[in-house]
Write a protein that binds this ligand. Structure first.
Ligand code: ADP
Ligand code: ZN
Length: 636
């Protein structure tokens, strides 16, 4: 509360300062104009007076006077539409004339000596001086910008200018709002305790952290956690983003850093949160102009962090997803010496996060959140929240009053695969897709005891996929056995096998592209990185790639590279042959599956098992695995 008021005041002073600056500018312009005008006038004056001292006041002559008294006029100097000179009796005169050749002729005839002054009139002068004037104004304007934002600053208007850039207030968020990352919460509980009981730590002389660095992928809850710390400790929370500190104007970053720290000091104890801290704290490398500015900003941050006493009660929390990019200086003791890495939530964590957000929406009792947690490997907290929100939207769109498992499925598929494609497909393409997916599904069931259970099969196009078979892991998998690798290769290639069996070798399609890519990657990883191939052995040939990435054959001689290529081909061929064999043996069942897909478009894992094994045998979920195995054998 107090903070918000402060904030307003700061803005008002800024406005005042800005007004003063405008006035200053206006005065400057007037002054400049005056100077220019004066230059022109002095110039004219000197021509007019010819250096002589005027004794008497000149008389005024009108244009007609001039014509009438042409004989009397001894000299005339013409400047624009005014003329000066002396009469025959020595009297000085001023005249307003029209520049008229007739008049000149008359005067000349009467013996007047005429000089026409071509030096500039006032307005002509202004035009000539305009570029110069503009340049001066421009320089002044830039200087003004510099001063306003520079360290020496006339005005501290930075935050006033961008009031939205700094979020402030005492957050209501607490640790209860953060789910699934308990160990991280525990690590940070100490910070909360320190903020709450500063004096306890002071008397003990304990060194308390000044800076905490939260690292982790986007959406893992770093900001949320920082807010929750402030909320738990009931202290103000200031948030800025590293990207706000870099600008076109040099010195802006430094001034902004000073500003937020000043604000924090005025409001201590408090949390000062700097998101995307890598934008300021990147390793110092090149020496471009931009980098120099950033370096100054980083230095200022370090100075500020070193500057406040340990018991001030300011905790600076930085967040980044690129901790490897950070300058080591930031990580030294007394700066961000506490580092907490927030991982993507595991299955249990995902369940907790889903439970948390499920409370905030109306969700049907038949929705299985545990299954959803299983099927969302790699989802961040933010993704999971988004998923339930998408599901709620889908429910509303379909006129439902609560979220069903359909809505959840739709939302999940949309996030993973992209929105449904309304694609006009030829009937023969749809048919081929159905057989292709039926092939995957069937071979999956054959290996149900060692691979992830099948979740569903669909021929609804989505993203780039024409159809798909999804599996749900039972738990978080950290490694695979050789058997599992082989089984998965068979499942991946079973789509192509089905195309060949039911449509013929010449009718196979490019639709198996991604299956082949995934299978090749898995085989390559197993052979070159995981040492699963007897022929290639235990050598780590591919050190760049991890699972799922290709990587170069770094440590391979040409011979080894060839061996690897042959081995990959052998594994894939074997898997393809295995899938073909299983599908050929069970052609009728696969056909039944394909027809069911054509009819219903989507089949759940349960429905697929029913079609393949019959109803009764799948009723008991707990014995499902052994049942599957037995039946698979019985089918032969
Ligand atoms: P980050 O700062 O790591 O990018 P955020 O804290 O901004 O992530 O997370 C975005 C949103 O996602 C949060 O506001 C919150 O709604 C949700 N969220 C992320 N992680 C969690 C979590 N562990 N528990 C509850 N909600 C979370
Ligand atoms: Zn496929």
């Amino acid at each position: 509360m107090r903070k918000l008021k402060d904030f307003k005041n700061a803005k008002q002073t800024n406005n005042k300062k800005r007004d003063r600056a405008s006035m200053f500018l206006a005065m400057f312009v007037v002054l400049m104009l005056a100077v220019v005008a004066r230059v022109v006038m002095l110039d004219n004056g000197s021509v007019g007076d010819n250096g002589k001292i005027t004794v008497s006041r000149p008389i005024e002559l009108s244009f007609s006077d001039v014509i009438r008294r042409a004989e009397d006029i001894k000299t005339m100097e013409i400047r624009g539409d005014s003329a000066t000179g002396t009469l025959a009796d020595g009297t000085k005169y001023n005249a307003t004339i029209t520049y008229d050749p007739e008049m000149l002729a008359t005067l000349a005839k009467s013996g007047t000596s005429i000089t026409i002054d071509t030096s500039k009139t006032f307005f002509e002068g202004l035009v000539t001086f305009a570029p110069l004037l503009l340049t001066i104004l421009f320089i002044f304007w830039i200087l003004r910008g510099f001063r306003r934002s520079g360290p020496a600053g006339i005005g501290r208007s930075l935050i006033g200018q961008n009031p939205t850039k700094i979020a402030t207030g005492k957050p209501k968020t607490t640790f209860k709002d953060v789910a699934g990352i308990d160990s991280e919460k525990q690590e940070l509980a100490e910070i909360v305790d320190f903020l709450k009981h500063k004096d306890k730590y002071k008397t003990l002389g304990a060194r308390v952290p000044r800076g905490v660095l939260l690292s982790g992928q986007p959406g893992t809850g770093k900001t949320l956690l920082a807010r929750a710390i402030a909320g738990e400790a009931n202290v103000p929370f200031f948030a800025a983003s590293g990207s706000d500190f870099s600008g076109i104007i040099v010195g802006l970053g430094v001034a902004k850093i000073k500003e937020i720290f000043e604000m924090a000091k005025r409001n201590a104890p408090c949390i000062l949160f700097i998101d995307e801290i890598d934008a300021i704290g990147q390793k110092r490398s090149t020496h471009s102009y931009n980098d120099q500015d950033r370096e100054q900003t980083l230095n200022q941050l370090l100075i500020e962090m070193d500057g406040f006493a340990n018991d001030t009660g300011i905790i600076v929390i930085g967040a980044t997803n690129r901790v490897d990019m950070l300058d080591q200086a930031l990580l030294r003791p007394g700066r961000f010496d506490r580092q907490v890495y927030i991982e993507l939530p595991d299955m249990a964590g995902r369940r907790e996060i889903l439970d948390l957000y499920a409370k905030k929406v109306k969700i049907g009792s038949e929705v299985n959140l545990q299954d959803l947690a299983r099927g969302t490997t790699g989802f961040s907290g933010a993704d999971l929240e988004n998923l339930l929100n998408e599901a709620a939207l889908h429910a509303v769109r379909n006129g439902r009053s609560e979220i069903t498992s359909d809505d959840v499925e739709e939302a999940r598929d949309k996030i993973i695969m992209g929105p449904r494609k309304i694609r006009k497909m030829r009937p023969e393409d749809i048919k081929l897709t159905a057989y292709h997916e039926a092939g995957h599904a069937f071979v999956s069931l054959m290996y149900a005891d060692i691979t992830d259970p099948i979740h569903k099969a669909t021929i609804i196009p989505r993203g780039r996929a024409l159809g798909m078979v999804q599996h749900l892991p039972i738990d978080d998998k950290v490694s695979m056995t050789l058997d599992e690798v082989r089984a998965n290769l068979s499942i991946y290639l079973a789509g192509r096998s089905a195309e060949e069996i039911f449509f013929g070798a010449n009718k196979i399609t490019t639709g198996a592209e991604s299956d082949i890519a995934v299978a090749t990657r898995l085989a390559r990883y197993s052979i070159t990185t995981a040492g699963l191939s007897k022929r290639v052995g235990l050598a780590a040939i591919n050190q760049v790639g991890t699972f799922g990435t290709r990587g170069a054959l770094e440590n391979a001689s040409e011979k080894t590279a060839e061996l690897v290529d042959n081995e990959i081909k052998a594994w894939l061929d074997a898997a393809h042959a295995d899938a073909t064999k299983q599908l050929t043996k069970n052609k009728k069942t696969v056909e039944k599956l394909a027809n069911a897909l054509l009819e219903h478009e989507t089949l759940t894992g349960e429905e697929i098992r029913e079609i393949v094994f019959g109803k009764k045998k799948t009723a008991n979920k707990t014995t499902k695995k052994t049942t599957v195995r037995k039946n698979a054998k019985a089918k032969k």
